[in-house]
Design a protein around this ligand. Structure first.
Ligand code: ZN
Ligand code: ZN
Length: 203
């Protein structure tokens, strides 16, 4: 597995390049502003072909360049259905927008518990509503890795006070993540990586 982070845009949102070293197939997880160029350049250098854009949720800072990945690379764009409205029509979530933002129609809705492959990497979808209704995490068991979006950070959890927040659902979502093996590496939507073990009990 190749996993590289690209903190990008006005609030340092992490876009990730996830590649299968065997097949050369890759996915991008989240598409912050100013991430398209560095990610695509790096993928080219590594000989990776980006086929998918996987979105942890649809807040503006995570979808800023989704349209570039779709239109310029022909990526399939996958998201949870509950977060699709703000991807299709940015601003629908009542958060302020950062400049002009193009909507993107997703190619498929991801559901809790489903698994798919990026090359030979098996990725499992964990639905973790709370920060937004359609927040999802991407779990790669074989690599002891989870991409946690804005649900779980190093030393904290995602904001629940935004218009998209569902504070009552967050506890159960965190408990789902805390069931993963303690040594699972956590790669969040902002900030440094951490492990499940270090964050257990976070609230
Ligand atoms: Zn967010
Ligand atoms: Zn964010």
């Amino acid at each position: 597995m190749i996993l590289e982070v690209f903190p990008s845009g006005p609030i340092e949102t992490n876009g990730y390049l996830l590649g299968c070293s065997e097949s050369g197939v890759a996915a991008v997880i989240d598409a912050p502003f100013d991430s398209f160029e560095p990610i695509t350049k790096r993928a080219k250098k590594l000989g990776l072909k980006i086929t998918h854009l996987l979105l942890t949720h649809s807040h503006w800072d995570h979808i800023g360049q989704a349209s570039d990945f779709k239109e310029k690379l022909g990526c399939l764009v996958w998201i949870h259905e509950a977060d699709a409205p703000n991807l299709i029509n940015p601003g629908a979530d009542r958060l302020p927008l950062y400049g002009e933002q193009k909507g993107v129609v997703p190619d498929r809705f991801l559901v809790d518990g489903e698994e798919f492959h990026i090359g030979s990497l098996k990725v499992k979808v964990i639905h973790t509503p709370g920060h937004t209704p359609g927040c999802i995490c991407f779990y790669i068991a074989s690599e002891k890795t989870v991409l946690s979006g804005d649900t779980l950070f190093c030393g904290g959890i995602g904001r629940l006070d935004l218009p998209t927040g569902q504070p009552k659902l967050m506890r159960a979502s965190l408990e789902k993540l805390f069931l993963l093996p303690p040594d699972t590496q956590v790669y969040p939507g902002h900030g440094e990586p951490t492990t499940i073990e270090s964050e257990i009990g976070a609230d």
